[in-house]
Design a protein around this ligand. Sequence first.
Ligand SMILES: Cc1cc2nc3c(=O)[nH]c(=O)nc-3n(C[C@H](O)[C@H](O)[C@H](O)COP(=O)(O)OP(=O)(O)OC[C@H]3O[C@@H](n4cnc5c(N)ncnc54)[C@H](O)[C@@H]3O)c2cc1C
Length: 350
Amino acid sequence: MAPLTCLELGRFNTLGLKSQAARAVRFTDRSQLPALTQLAAQHGPAFVLGGGSNIVLEAQLQRLLIKVETRGVRLIHEDEQHWLVEAEAGENWHDFVRYCLKEGWWGLENLALIPGTVGAAPVQNIGAYGIELDQRLHSVLAWNLTEGRLVEMEGNDCGFAYRDSLFKRAPLGRWLIVAVRFRLPRPWNPVLEYPDLRKHPRICGRDAGGVAVTADDVFEAVCEIRRSKLPDPAVLSNAGSFFKNPIVPAAQYQSLVQRFPSLVAYPANHVSPGHAASAHYKLAAGWLIDQCGWKGKRLGPVGVHERQALVLVNYGGATAEDIRSLSQAIRQDVYDRFGVLLEQEPVAVA
Ligand SMILES: Cc1cc2nc3c(=O)[nH]c(=O)nc-3n(C[C@H](O)[C@H](O)[C@H](O)COP(=O)(O)OP(=O)(O)OC[C@H]3O[C@@H](n4cnc5c(N)ncnc54)[C@H](O)[C@@H]3O)c2cc1C
């Protein structure tokens, strides 16, 4: 086991917050797992860090920090219907999606260019452009850091919901996802419901010419749309969507749409566990924030992106407190105007 070190985290979180972990260890091999449990017992609860693209870090981390750096991708099984592919948690997500396509295993192309690691993908059940991870997940291999045991969970056991899972709901530091298995459907059936994707020249051009859309087309189109819409954290520090799209009961949606006819909302596929999906609507949080006049506004070193009201950005030198103040002001305004509480998507880590 590598020794504990002090680690500066500024370049390991896409919001660019200055932060220091007094006790950090690199996880590079499964054989380290029992020792990690011992360290967590000795030094208090751990925080498991992937690519740092969905976190808000305090300046000083009291927790033991475990930085996931394991690598490896393999085809476990294939038949006429599926490919079963396993990837280690520390693999970069986008590189993994691209690697699968190169091998001819399609199915993840709609999730291209999402920052972060494979191991973090189940934590908030990442989703984009008409696909959520649970639709392609076979199982998760996770180490229970507090009990010191390895557990294999199938998709149904992971409590997946919209940007949520049992891993996200559990106390920080309980689970270390070691590897993820994907069940990729072999019959080619592109997912093109998302309007921006359907209208993209690579997709509608193919359709119009009577040529079948390929997985590479979808991959390239998704990358181009994302690059045109979202700020690149390497250029402008951000954590992607800062708020979840709120899910409300149909009655609340009806009353809102009467008062605000241009309200942007969709029937919800996924709701919190225990709620019926059909009776709920997902409201576009970006629209709610934009209506409150926040798009492009700045509060000290932080602000709301000028094209994406859902994205909070750090112009340089911001702290977690700056982000909290801005997010609290936005949440208050949205609540006052629409009676809807916005929920933060990135995980707050102290
Ligand atoms: C520009 C931008 C665009 C984005 N677009 C999307 C999008 O379209 N859809 C979407 O769903 N998300 C999006 N995100 C959010 C983010 O990319 C995902 O949540 C991603 O899965 C986070 O991965 P990470 O490795 O960076 O996780 P981190 O930020 O390092 O960690 C996030 C959480 O996961 C936990 N975690 C990380 N690795 C593990 C592990 N191996 N085991 C257990 N727990 C772990 C951490 O403890 C933490 O609680 C975007 C972010 C950015 C910056």
